[in-house]
Write a protein that binds this ligand. Structure first.
Ligand code: UGA
Length: 435
C-alpha cells in the first residue's frame, strides 16, 4: 500500500473519524477546521465527540506524527496533499434541498492552491450531480473529483470505518477513483468503482432503504397492536430470511438523527427535480411522523384510561432523549419529537439521559427539566416513557422507580425492558406491537 499525504476538511464526526482512521492505516493526514478552539483542543488530543475508540486513535495518530490539525482549508492544502477529503456539513436547506454553500466555499478557498494531480473526494452526503458541479467550480483539468460516500453510524463510526461492508468510489477519471479506493486496500472490503452520480446515489438509496425498513417495521408493529400479535416474534421470523436480515428491525418512536430525516427529504427533492414522484419515500416519511403521534396516543390512553383524555398538567418522566443510544446527539431526536407533542398536549416533562448532564442547554430541551438520575425523573410521574434504547435502563432498580412514581405505568416505545421485570416491580408495562 502506498502512504499518501491526505488533507481532511471538516473535523465533525465524519471528518475526524476519517482523518484518525486513515492515519491509523499509515497515511500522513492533516485535518482542517474553521473553529480555532476546536483545532487547539484537537492538537492537544482532546476529542469532544462521543465516539468509541476515536480519542485513542487521535492520540495515537498525533504521537506517531501522522495526524495534525490546522486552522482553515488553505493551511491544509499548503501541505501539498495528494488527496483532499471534503467532510463538511451539507445541512437541509430550503425545501429539503441539501445546502452546499460550505462545500462551495471550501472549493473557492482551495481552488488555486491545490497541487497538480490532487484528487478532491466528496465524503459529505450531497445531491447527485455535486461531483460534476464541483469539477465545474474547480476549473482545474489537473485536479480530479470523486465521490466516496461514508456509511458510518454515529456511536460506531470508528468500527464502521475500519470494518466497512463496502467501499464505494465514483468519478469520471478512473485512475483517480482507483487511487482513492487504494487508500482503503488494507481493509479488504468489497469495492464498487463507478461514475460519480451512481456513487452519490448509493448513499441516498441506502439511507432511504434503511428508513423505509424502519417505517415498515413500525407499521407492522401497529398492526400487531391491533391484532394481538407480537412484533418481536414477527421480526425474528422475518429476519431469518437472508434477503431480509435481522438488523434494523427494532420498532421505536420513529427514526431520527442527523442523517435519515435529511436524506429522505433530499431524496424526495432529487426525485422531484427528475420529474419522478417517489411515493414510497413520501409514505416512509409520513409513516414516521405518524409513529410519533401514535406514541403520544398510546401514552394518553395509558395515563388517562381513554382515547382523547387530557394530559394537561400531567407529570411525565422520560427515559432517554438522544436520537439513539450510545451518542449525545439530540439532532432530530424522535424522543424530543414525542416530548414536544406531549408538551403541546399540556404535560409537564422531566427527563433523564445518560449522555446529558443537568443544566445542559439545547433549544429543543427547553421545556424538559433534566434530572440527575432516572429516579429523580420518576418522582411523582403519572407515567414513565422509555424513548431511547440505552441498555442500562434494563437494569435500573425498577422496584425503587415504582416507589417514586405516582402511577406505576411504563410505556416502552423501544420494547427495551424485560416486561416481566417491570411487572414484578408493580409496573403496568406497555410496549409497541407487544402485549
Ligand atoms: C445512519 C446510517 O445507519 C449510516 O449507515 C449512515 O452512514 C449515516 O446514517 C449517515 O448518513 O451518515 P445514524 O444516523 O448514525 O446512521 O443512525 P442509525 O443507527 O441508522 O439510526 C437512525 C435512527 O433509527 C435512530 O433514531 C435509531 O434509534 C432508529 N432505529 C435504528 C430504530 O428505531 N430501530 C432500529 O432497528 C435501528
Amino acid at each position: 500500500m502506498f502512504v499518501r499525504r491526505i488533507a481532511v476538511i471538516g473535523t465533525g464526526y465524519v471528518g475526524l473519524t476519517t482523518g484518525a482512521c486513515l492515519a491509523s492505516l499509515g497515511h500522513d493526514v492533516v485535518c482542517a477546521d474553521v473553529d480555532a478552539d476546536k483545532i487547539k483542543r484537537l492538537t492537544a488530543g482532546e476529542v469532544d465527540i462521543l465516539e468509541p475508540g476515536l480519542a485513542e486513535l487521535v492520540a495515537g495518530g498525533i504521537a506517531a506524527g501522522r495526524l495534525t490539525f490546522v486552522l482553515g482549508a488553505a493551511a491544509a492544502v499548503e501541505r501539498q496533499p495528494e488527496v483532499m477529503f471534503l467532510c463538511v456539513p451539507t445541512p437541509m436547506g430550503v425545501g429539503g434541498v441539501a445546502d452546499l454553500s460550505i462545500v462551495e466555499s471550501v472549493i473557492e478557498e482551495t481552488r488555486d492552491l491545490l497541487p497538480s494531480g490532487c484528487v478532491v473526494v466528496n465524503k459529505s452526503t450531497v445531491p447527485v450531480g455535486t461531483a460534476e458541479r464541483t469539477e465545474e467550480l474547480l476549473v482545474r483539468d489537473d485536479v480530479a473529483v470523486v465521490s466516496n460516500p461514508e456509511f458510518l453510524r454515529e456511536g460506531s463510526a470508528v468500527y464502521d470505518f475500519l470494518n466497512p461492508d463496502r467501499i464505494v468510489v465514483g468519478g469520471s477519471k478512473q485512475d483517480a477513483a482507483e487511487r482513492v479506493a487504494a487508500l482503503y486496500s488494507r481493509l479488504g472490503a468489497p469495492t464498487v468503482l463507478t461514475d460519480a452520480p451512481s456513487a452519490e446515489l448509493v448513499k441516498y438509496a441506502a439511507n432511504c432503504f434503511l428508513a423505509m425498513k424502519l417505517s415498515y417495521v413500525n407499521a407492522v408493529a401497529e398492526l400487531c397492536d391491533r391484532l394481538g400479535a407480537d412484533i418481536t416474534d414477527v421480526t425474528e421470523g422475518m429476519g431469518y430470511d437472508k434477503r431480509i436480515g435481522q438488523a434494523f428491525l427494532q420498532p421505536g418512536p420513529g427514526w431520527g438523527g442527523s442523517c435519515l430525516p435529511k436524506d429522505t427529504s433530499a431524496m424526495l427533492q432529487l426525485a422531484d427535480a427528475a420529474d419522478f414522484e417517489f411515493r414510497l419515500i413520501r409514505a416512509t416519511i409520513d409513516t414516521n411522523t405518524r409513529q410519533r403521534l401514535r406514541m403520544v396516543e398510546k401514552i394518553r390512553l395509558a395515563v388517562t384510561g381513554k382515547k382523547g383524555g387530557s394530559l394537561s398538567h400531567v407529570k411525565i418522566g422520560l427515559l432517554g432523549l438522544t436520537f439513539k443510544a450510545g451518542t449525545d446527539d439530540l439532532r432530530d431526536s424522535p424522543a424530543l419529537a414525542v416530548a414536544a407533542l406531549l408538551r403541546q398536549a399540556g404535560a409537564t416533562l422531566t427527563g433523564y439521559d445518560p449522555a446529558l448532564k443537568p443544566g445542559v442547554t439545547h433549544p429543543d430541551l427547553n421545556s424538559i427539566t433534566i434530572a440527575e438520575d432516572p429516579y429523580q425523573a420518576a418522582q411523582d410521574a403519572e407515567a414513565l416513557i422509555v424513548l431511547t434504547e440505552w441498555p442500562e435502563f434494563r437494569s435500573l432498580d425498577w422496584p425503587r422507580l415504582a416507589g417514586e412514581v405516582r402511577k406505576p405505568i411504563v410505556v416502552d416505545t423501544r420494547n427495551l425492558l424485560d416486561p416481566a421485570v417491570a411487572r414484578r416491580a408493580g409496573f403496568e408495562w406497555i410496549g409497541v406491537g407487544k402485549h
